[in-house]
Design a protein around this ligand. Structure first.
Ligand code: 9D3
Length: 254
């Protein structure tokens, strides 16, 4: 897969991609990431890329000429038909489903804005799709672009070791993860749950699924509303809730 990022801060992108799974995917040639700096297309001696907003008000807007020139230059290096995606707080919410969709592409252009963002005519002429990474205010599109690259890269075939798989199994799809433990067996007075030392893999599997379902129910009920629960997960959640009700009943009388 080939990705190009249009950004005023290319080193934010290249610097962050050297590490971990994405770094290895780049080394293995599963992925290439190039950058294009709109400042290279600024026409004046000061290399100006921003200007005051028509209509007044605070903040600056990215000038259209250098921005569209950079988008077109980067897009020409990508396979025909590669979508041009702008990272924007006004975009559709990023999700694992969007990451999966993008990971199937041969090429992807990401445009990171700064200041108040792009001139709307650049969006009309040079952008196919807008993506947001969540409902909070960032200072630019670079960290969102890196988020998209990271989520997409780990889905590319060969990006994870053969031992790991990016696809969740059907039992844990749409659930939060269960708690993890490693040595020592007791740490600062806190013991590892005994079931994990039992060697009984059926019991361990049920315990993990129960933990995952309980956590999801407590922390992210929206995920359960969206994905539903398989009968086995539903049964384990009922057990968890019944144990809680039983505990509440006991503590009421003590
Ligand atoms: C007048 C209000 N503006 C600033 C407080 C709005 C605004 C402009 C530019 C808000 C954020 C930004 C920069 N953000 C992004 O480029 C961005 C973003 C984000 O802020 N949140 C979530 N996802 C994204 S994707 C790109």
């Amino acid at each position: 897969m080939k990705i190009e990022v249009v950004t005023l801060f290319p080193e934010m992108i290249t610097g962050a991609l050297r590490y971990g799974i994405v770094g290895r995917a780049l080394e293995r040639g599963l992925l290439t990431v190039g950058t294009e700096d709109p400042r290279a297309y600024a026409s004046d001696a000061h290399r100006t890329v921003d200007d005051r907003p028509y209509g007044g008000g605070p903040g600056m807007v990215l000038k259209p000429e250098p921005m569209l020139a950079a988008i077109r230059a980067a897009h020409r290096r990508l396979p025909e038909g590669s979508p041009r995606v702008c990272l924007s707080a006004q975009g559709e919410p990023f999700s694992q489903a969007v990451a999966r969709e993008l990971s199937g592409l041969a090429g992807l252009l990401l445009v990171a804005g700064r200041y108040e963002g792009l001139d709307e005519r650049v969006v009309e002429l040079g952008i196919d799709r807008e993506i947001s990474v969540g409902d909070y205010v960032l200072s630019g599109g670079e960290l969102p672009a890196l988020t998209v690259i990271d989520a997409v890269a780990r889905l590319l075939p060969g990006a994870l070791g053969d031992e790991r798989s990016s696809g969740e199994d059907s039992f844990t799809a749409g659930l939060l993860d269960w708690p993890h433990y490693t040595r020592p067996e007791v740490f600062e007075g806190r013991a590892v749950p005994t079931v994990l030392l039992s060697g009984n893999h059926a019991d361990i599997g049920r315990w993990r699924l129960k933990q995952a379902v309980a956590r999801t129910w407590l922390r992210r009920p929206d995920l359960i509303a969206r994905h539903g629960l398989l009968p086995e997960a539903q049964r384990l959640l009922s057990e968890f809730l019944a144990a809680g009700a039983a505990r509440d009943e006991r503590s009421r009388s003590t």
